[in-house]
Ligand binder design. Structure first.
Ligand code: NAP
Length: 491
C-alpha cells in the first residue's frame, strides 16, 4: 500500500508462548510476510519460548506447518521461507521457575540490537516473565515488552497487572496490543480526519446526528468458551476494541502524530464519557446471550450448550448508548454493539450526518437525504461516503442514495496487510501510537466497571436472542427510543 518499504533495524523477537495459537495463526505468518516484503533485514531472529521440549529444527518444522496452514500458497516463496526458517530458534522455558532462562540469555548474547519480548501467554504469568527477565539481566535500554488483551477484568486487576510488568519495564517500553488499531481502515480514519480539510469542520454535533460502532461475529464461543465465560462481551470487546474506535472518531486533532500526542487526546475522550450508573444502566445498556438457532443456514447450539457452566449469565451481546460530555459531542450518542452468533461478520463505524435543514424536493421524488460515512474494518476494508444524487435519466427530479466507495484491495490492487504485520514492526520501530497507554486502559475500566457493577446490583439479566439474529429485542428498542435504528449495511 505504501510505495516504499523502509526496513526496520535488526531485532530479536522473543515470543513467549511461541507454540500457542496466537503465535501459530498470527505472529509467525505476520513476520514471514514482512520478511517477504523486504522489511526485515540482516541478522534478525525470532525465538520461540514455551515449556514444551523442542529443538530449533523441530520449531522450524512447527513454523513451516504454520506458514502452510495460514499463509496463501501464492505468498510462499521457497527461498524466503528458507531464510525465514533459518532465523528461527527455540528455547524451552518455564515462566514459573528458573528452567531455561540462562539458555535464553546465552542465545541472546551481548549483541546490541532491539529485543522485543512478546508475551503470547495467559496474563496470569506476565508478571513472572517480567521478573525473570529482570532477574537474568535481559532487560536493556532497547528492550520492549508486548502484551495482549485481556488486560485485567476490572480496574483493580488491570492496575495490578500493569504494575507487575511496570516494575521492570518503563512505560515507553511497554506495548499493549489492540489489534483493531493496526487495521488499515483504522489508520485511514486518522488520515480521513486529519489529512483532509473537508471533514473536520463538520465533525461535530452541529452536523453529526449520531455514530454507530458495530463489531459482529457469526461464530459462537466454540473452543474458547470457558475463558470467554469469565469475561463476556463487555470485557472481551467493549472495554478495549470498541472504546478505542470511539476514541479515534471522537478525539480532538492532536498537535502531531506522535504517540503521546495521540494518546493524550484519546485519554481526554475516555475521561469525558458520561458515567452510566444506577437505573441508567437498565435503559442505556443491553445484555444478551444467544440460544440455539441457525448460522449461514446451519443449525447451531446455544451458548449454554457450548460451555461447562450451564447456568451462566455471561453476555455474548452488548449494546450501549454512550455519550461524550464535551462541547464537540453534546447530544450526539455513540451507539456501540458487539455480539457473537449474529447474521454477519462485520466491524464498522458509521457516522450518520444530520438531514438537510430544509428539503426543497417533495417527498415523492425520492428518499430523504442522509449523508453517512461508513468505515468498514472487516470484511473488505473500505471507506464509503453515502451521498444523495439525482437518479440518472429523464422523467423529472428523482433522488437516490449512492456510495462513493473506496475498497482498498480493489483500488490499490494489493493485499490489505494483517494488523499484526504493522503492529509487530511498530514495536521494533519503537512507535507506540497504535498501542494503549496505561492511563488509557485505566480510564476505560473506570467507565466500564460501574456498568458491570450495576448489572450485578440491579440483577440486569441477559436477554436471550436467537443465534443468527441481530441480538435481543431491547437492542432495537435502545435506538427506537431515540427515533433511530441500527443501520444494516450490505456486507
Ligand atoms: P495458547 O494456545 O493456550 O498458548 C499458550 C502458550 O503459552 C503455549 O505456547 C504454552 O506452551 C505457553 N505457556 C503456557 N504456560 C507457560 C509457562 N508457564 N511458561 C512458558 N510458556 C508457557 O494461548 P493463545 O491462544 O496463543 O493465547 C496467548 C495469549 O494471547 C493469551 O493471553 C490470550 O488471551 C491472548 N490472545 C490470543 C488471541 C488468539 O487469537 N489466540 C487473540 C488475542 C489475545 P507450553 O504449554 O508448552 O508451555
Amino acid at each position: 500500500m505504501s510505495s516504499k518499504i523502509i526496513p526496520v533495524e535488526e531485532f530479536d523477537y522473543i515470543v513467549f508462548g511461541g507454540t500457542g495459537d496466537l503465535a501459530e495463526r498470527k505472529l509467525i505468518p505476520a513476520l514471514y510476510r514482512r520478511l517477504a516484503d523486504g522489511q526485515i533485514v540482516g541478522e534478525s531472529r525470532i525465538i520461540g519460548a514455551a515449556r514444551g521440549e523442542m529443538s530449533d529444527e523441530e520449531y522450524r518444522k512447527f513454523a513451516n506447518d504454520a506458514l502452510n496452514e495460514h499463509v496463501g500458497k501464492d505468498e510462499l516463496d521457497p527461498a524466503v521461507v528458507k531464510t525465514f526458517l533459518g532465523n528461527l530458534y527455540y528455547r524451552s522455558i518455564d515462566a514459573m521457575s528458573d528452567r531455561g532462562w540462562q539458555e535464553l540469555k546465552d542465545l541472546l548474547g551481548d549483541y546490541e540490537k532491539v529485543r522485543a519480548f512478546y508475551l503470547a501467554v495467559g496474563p496470569s504469568i506476565f508478571g513472572n516473565i517480567a521478573e525473570q527477565l529482570h532477574k537474568f539481566g535481559m532487560i536493556r535500554e532497547r528492550s520492549r515488552l508486548v502484551i495482549e488483551k485481556p488486560i485485567g477484568k476490572d480496574l483493580k486487576s488491570a492496575e495490578a497487572l500493569n504494575e507487575s510488568v511496570g516494575k521492570y519495564f518503563k512505560e515507553e517500553q511497554i506495548f499493549r496490543i489492540d489489534h483493531y488499531l493496526g487495521k488499515e481502515t483504522v489508520q485511514n480514519l486518522m488520515a480521513l480526519r486529519f489529512a483532509n480539510t473537508i471533514y473536520e469542520p463538520i465533525w461535530n454535533s452541529a452536523h453529526i446526528d449520531h455514530v454507530q460502532i458495530t463489531a459482529a461475529e457469526t461464530l459462537g464461543v466454540e473452543a474458547r468458551g470457558n475463558y470467554y465465560d469469565t469475561a463476556g462481551a463487555i470485557r472481551d470487546m467493549v472495554q478495549n476494541h470498541l472504546l478505542q474506535l470511539l476514541c479515534l472518531v471522537a478525539m480532538e486533532p492532536p498537535p502531531s502524530n506522535d504517540a503521546n500526542a495521540v494518546r493524550d487526546e484519546k485519554l481526554k475522550v475516555l475521561r469525558s464519557l458520561r458515567p452510566i450508573t444506577g437505573d441508567k444502566v437498565m435503559t442505556e445498556t443491553v445484555r444478551g446471550q444467544y440460544k440455539e438457532g441457525a448460522s449461514k443456514g446451519k443449525a447451531v447450539p446455544g451458548y449454554l450448550d457450548e460451555i461447562d457452566n450451564k447456568t451462566s449469565d455471561t453476555e455474548t451481546f452488548v449494546a450501549i448508548k454512550a455519550q461524550i460530555d464535551n462541547w464537540r459531542w453534546a447530544n450526539v450518542p455513540f451507539y456501540l454493539r458487539t455480539g457473537k452468533r449474529l447474521p454477519e461478520r462485520v466491524s464498522e463505524i458509521i457516522i450518520q450526518f444530520k438531514p438537510v435543514p430544509h428539503n426543497i424536493f417533495s417527498e415523492v421524488v425520492g428518499s430523504k437525504s442522509a449523508n453517512r460515512l461508513i468505515i468498514r474494518l472487516q470484511p473488505n476494508e473500505s471507506v464509503q461516503q453515502v451521498i444523495m444524487i439525482k437518479d440518472p435519466g429523464p422523467g423529472g427530479m428523482r433522488l437516490r442514495q449512492v456510495a462513493l466507495d473506496m475498497q482498498f484491495e480493489e483500488q490499490f490492487d494489493t493485499r490489505a496487510p494483517d494488523a499484526y504485520e504493522r503492529l509487530l514492526l511498530d514495536v521494533i520501530r519503537g512507535n507506540q501510537t497504535l498501542f494503549m497507554r496505561r492511563d488509557e486502559v485505566a480510564a476505560a475500566w473506570e467507565w466500564i466497571d460501574p456498568i458491570i457493577e450495576a448489572w450485578d446490583t440491579h440483577s440486569h439479566e441477559c436477554e436471550e436472542y436467537i443465534a443468527g439474529s441481530w441480538g435481543p429485542f431491547s437492542s432495537v428498542a435502545l435506538l427506537a427510543g431515540d427515533n433511530r435504528k441500527w443501520i444494516q449495511t450490505k456486507v
